[in-house]
Ligand binder design. Structure first.
Ligand code: NOJ
Ligand code: NOJ
Length: 488
């Protein structure tokens, strides 16, 4: 096999990245769009700083209505915008989008249910068929204090979501905290919005501090419990938040964050299922036993990339994380018809979990691009000399990445340089898969059918575009760390 993907694929990827950045921007401050929800008697006019999960006008006909500012999606998109500013795909004035996002997010933190009701936000003219989806008035009235941060999503006009939904979702504030701390690397951002960003950061970290012990709804908006993904992004936000706040002179809050972060690290360890050698995505309150919870879920891999821990437990270099990644590859490789008989230079298309029944049940761009990003982060860590140990758990995945027989790996110990190149190549194989299933229009939906690769679920999912941008940014950093002109 060739050492690096042909230049042609890199050219395609950089064109696609430019497309993704402009497609993301269609969802950011989309103040010229107007969304009508006749069933609810609602008209939504997005305001500045809001980020739509998809700017499409769909209403379950059959495409889903994603015309909302989701906390999770918007944080991931804002992070991708920051990457695009840093690598100059987006002009420096793009910082304004981050400034607006912070201002809008801050307004959302200050909303409350009783005020919303008093101001007549609750829809009165609701069609009969929509009644069943409407949140009771009392539920909205109970959104007081910091409960507002657990709202999974808001209307892009800054109003509360009046639909029944999986709540609270506690990954959003943590993801937003991680994104906002990274904005501070941009001088122009600091000059414009340091104070507002610090206030927002305190809201998000305080919420995370007071909620990390509590069960919540997962990122797939389906189950209540303790989730690996939620916990790992909370852990990262609190650990990074501790350092950030200490530097900002907020010693008391910083030490509370540090304490919670180390407790979360221990909680994360308890997700390891020693029998199958993988991290489980969800624990009930009483530990790992219910068989329904013995699922493999890409949420674990996304957690590693969203949290962005460079090395050590629960990072991309963790042998147990590598084992989970490998098990997910095998799962979707077997499960999805589009993965059968593919050329050797393409990795499998990935989904969320086995038996997913949402639209086509995968494949998903955020899963497949997440895998690419995972490999690039691994390549970077290997190139930078992070310890990547050959253990019982990591032996098979490392052998697969290196394309050598497992027996050829050292009994134990570290493997370094060869892995960097192999992991980069593996990430490129995921990009090749995404390329294969990107339509000529370059538009990315949420899913592409596991049967034939056709776009399914929401069209123009902003998060899909964001994933492409962050995966490529990770590739660039890996290539730089490898100091290898041939791959950059
Ligand atoms: C179930 C899906 O799996 C989930 O991801 C989605 O957001 C909700 N339904 C709401 O439509
Ligand atoms: C469904 C996904 O499961 C969820 O994570 C996401 O927030 C929504 N789609 C909106 O993109």
């Amino acid at each position: 096999m060739k050492k690096v993907q042909p230049q042609e694929q890199l050219d395609w990827a950089s064109e696609q990245k430019r497309f993704c950045v402009s497609a993301m921007l269609r969802a950011v401050s989309a103040t010229t769009l107007v969304k009508h929800r006749p069933g609810l008697g609602q008209t939504i006019r997005p305001v500045r700083g809001s980020i739509l999960a998809s700017p499409e006008m769909a209403s379950y006909d059959p495409k889903p209505d994603y015309f909302f500012h989701w906390l999770r999606d918007s944080a991931l998109v804002a992070d991708a915008l920051r990457e695009a500013i840093e690598d100059e795909t987006l002009e420096p004035s793009g910082v304004e989008h981050l400034v607006d996002f912070v201002a809008f997010s801050l307004k959302l933190c200050r909303l409350d249910g009783p005020t919303f009701l008093r101001q007549g936000g609750y829809p009165e003219a609701v069609e009969q068929s929509f009644q069943q989806h409407l949140r009771p008035r009392a539920e909205i009235g109970a959104i007081v204090g910091d409960k507002i941060l657990g709202e999974a999503r808001h209307n892009a006009d800054g109003g509360l979501d009046v639909m029944k939904w999986g709540r609270p979702q506690n990954d959003g504030p943590a993801l937003r905290a991680l994104a906002v701390m990274r904005f501070f690397a941009l001088d122009a951002f600091r000059a414009r919005a340091a104070e507002a960003a610090l206030t927002l950061l305190r809201y998000d970290l305080d919420y995370t501090l007071s909620h990390w012990r509590l069960p919540c709804c997962d990122l797939w908006e389906e189950n209540i419990g303790f989730h690996y993904h939620t916990r790992l992004v909370q852990q990262a936000a609190l650990a990074e938040g501790a350092a950030f706040l200490a530097a900002a002179g907020d010693a008391k809050r910083a030490s509370a964050c540090a304490k919670a972060a180390s407790a979360l690290l221990a909680a994360l360890d308890s997700h390891f299922d020693a029998e199958d050698g993988v991290y489980r995505p969800r624990l009930p309150e009483d530990g790992l036993n219910a068989s329904a919870l013995r699922r493999l879920d890409i949420a674990v891999v996304l957690a590693a990339i969203h949290a962005g821990r460079r090395a050590g437990p629960h990072s991309v270099t963790d042998p147990k994380m590598l084992a989970t990644f490998f098990a997910l590859e095998r799962l979707f490789e077997e499960e999805y018809p589009i993965n059968q008989g593919r050329p050797a230079d393409r990795a499998p298309a990935l989904g969320r979990y086995a038996g997913d029944s949402y639209f086509s049940g995968g494949a998903y761009y955020f899963s497949t691009l997440g895998a690419a990003q995972f490999c690039f982060l691994l390549a970077q860590a290997a190139a930078e000399g992070e310890e990547i140990a050959v253990t019982k758990e990591s032996r098979a995945p490392l052998a697969a990445i290196l394309q050598t027989p497992a027996a050829a790996l050292p009994q134990a110990g570290k493997i370094g340089e060869a892995l960097a190149e192999a992991a980069l190549r593996r990430g490129d194989m995921y990009l090749a898969t995404v390329r294969r299933f990107t339509p000529a229009s370059r538009e990315l939906s949420e899913q592409f059918s596991q049967l034939d690769g056709a776009p399914t679920s929401a069209d123009n999912l902003t998060w899909s575009y964001a994933c492409f941008v962050t995966a490529l940014a990770a590739r660039q950093r890996a290539a730089k760390a490898m100091g290898d002109a041939r791959v950059s």
